[in-house]
Design a protein around this ligand. Structure first.
Ligand SMILES: [Fe+2]
Length: 432
């Protein structure tokens, strides 16, 4: 739907169909664009453009959603013939297709176009040509907009991939995961976009590794694994030779296989030596890899993957992993959560139909800072009564006694009184 709004009401994620005064008045070289940065909105305001027409089929709508009436409904875009997409795509399949109607449909189209663009770019690199990062930049914008509308849709679409398309779709998946993660962290939108680009390009060095090794259906020999392990350095070397590649993209490419205990590669850096971006990239890279169907292993479900990743020590930054789990909206077994009733609870089972509604066991009352009789609650059945508000850190509430508290609660015992370490509730720390 096309809606005219005041430029001052513009927000990130909106798709600008037309500006007041026409293209000549626009400060951008493109007549239409997706707003991905506050700087773009400021540019429109600074150019003295009072109103813009947005297309809600291609971006987010006015703030307030259905509760706020748009200034003027210009037209229903679904009545118009298909317009060219933000990224030219000339395949006949695209032209014949109707405009998608749900976010899942839109996400599928975006992912399909992205997969083809990444495939083309990777093929060029295999042929010895330079990385054309600018060619996929508009797709990062599209993915960012899809994540802004409904992050679950595009993350779901990119997770479901077959073995043959893994290499390309993994890049698109990590792009969407990093964008979603970065927004959950509250990072500036410019940084969010750089991380999206980092997701797209983090494995570009695999194009310098023989395909036979990447596609080998079985465990790699140590000598073969050594070759595959060269891909971060090779990718970094390719990107540094390319134009317009931002520092976070180079950083994530080079360090997405490092681990905080120093056992990763290529430089065996430890947590303190790794940037925030590199630690975020490592989490998203592994999450997508283990939830995907690979030649040598079955895919883990999202909750199984998060649960296993949380149990590994020395691999990921634990505080960042907790925020990542929140960003995915899934609560694996063993997660400490705060209920809307202000009680702490532990997730005891995952609801396969809707992982955002787990079965929990409540045991601690935050306002009174006291253990309370344990109560099992299926939040899928008790939505009106109580649901999960957010994840919490056990060490924050119970200090070193957290493992004993968790063990007691999971086994239906009352934790020892001395294990409670009451502290005033504050928002979850965001890490360094
Ligand atoms: Fe990699």
């Amino acid at each position: 739907m096309l809606i005219k709004i005041k430029t001052s009401e513009a927000r990130i994620g909106m798709f600008v169909h037309m500006v007041d005064g026409g293209w000549l008045a626009s400060p951008f070289w493109r007549s239409q664009l997706l707003l991905t940065r506050q700087a773009q909105i400021d540019k429109l305001v600074d150019a003295g453009i009072a109103e813009i027409v947005i297309d809600t089929d291609r971006g987010v709508g006015p703030a307030g959603g259905g509760d706020t009436a748009p200034s003027v409904v210009v037209a229903d875009a679904s009545d118009e013939p298909d317009e060219p997409a933000a990224v030219p795509y000339t395949g006949p399949e695209r032209r014949a297709r109707r405009r998608p109607t749900t976010e899942l449909d839109r996400a599928r189209e975006t992912v399909e176009r992205s997969k083809e663009a990444v495939s083309r770019m990777f093929s060029e690199v295999r042929l010895g040509n330079a990385v054309d990062a600018a060619a996929i930049s508009p797709l990062v914008d599209e993915i960012a907009a899809s994540v802004a509308r409904d992050s679950t849709a595009i993350i779901k679409v990119t997770r479901l991939k077959n073995k043959d398309e893994y290499t390309y779709l993994h890049s698109v998946a990590v792009c969407a995961l990093l964008i979603n993660f970065a927004r959950r962290m509250g990072l500036p939108e410019d940084e969010v976009r750089d991380l999206g680009m980092a997701g797209m390009l983090h494995d570009i060095g695999k194009m310098a590794v023989p395909s036979a090794l990447l596609d080998k259906p079985g465990k790699l020999e140590p000598s073969e694994f050594s070759v595959v392990q060269t891909h971060p350095v090779k990718g970094h070397a390719l990107l540094i030779e390319s134009d317009g590649v931002a520092p976070p993209v180079l950083d994530v490419c080079l360090h997405h296989h490092e681990r905080i205990d120093g056992s990763g590669y290529p430089h065996r850096l430890t947590g303190a030596q790794l940037s925030l971006h590199a630690r975020m990239g490592a989490i998203c890279d592994v999450y997508d890899a283990v939830t995907s169907d690979r030649p040598y292993k079955r895919p883990w479900s999202p909750s199984e993957a998060l649960s296993r990743m949380a149990s590994w020590t020395g691999h990921f930054d634990p505080e960042l992993l907790a925020i990542f789990i929140e960003s995915i909206g899934i609560y694996p077994v063993g997660t400490l959560v705060r209920l809307r009733s202000n009680q702490l609870a532990i997730v005891t089972a995952v609801n396969d139909d809707d992982p955002t509604l787990p079965v929990v066991r409540s045991f601690f009352d935050i306002p009174t800072q006291a253990f309370v009789p344990q109560r099992d609650l299926d939040t899928a059945r008790s939505r009106a009564e109580d649901t999960v508000h957010r994840t919490e850190r056990g060490s924050y509430w119970f200090g070193d006694a957290w493992p004993q508290v968790m063990d007691a609660v999971r086994n239906g015992r009352t934790p020892p009184r001395a294990s409670a370490a009451p502290v005033p509730p504050t928002p979850l720390a965001m890490g360094a």
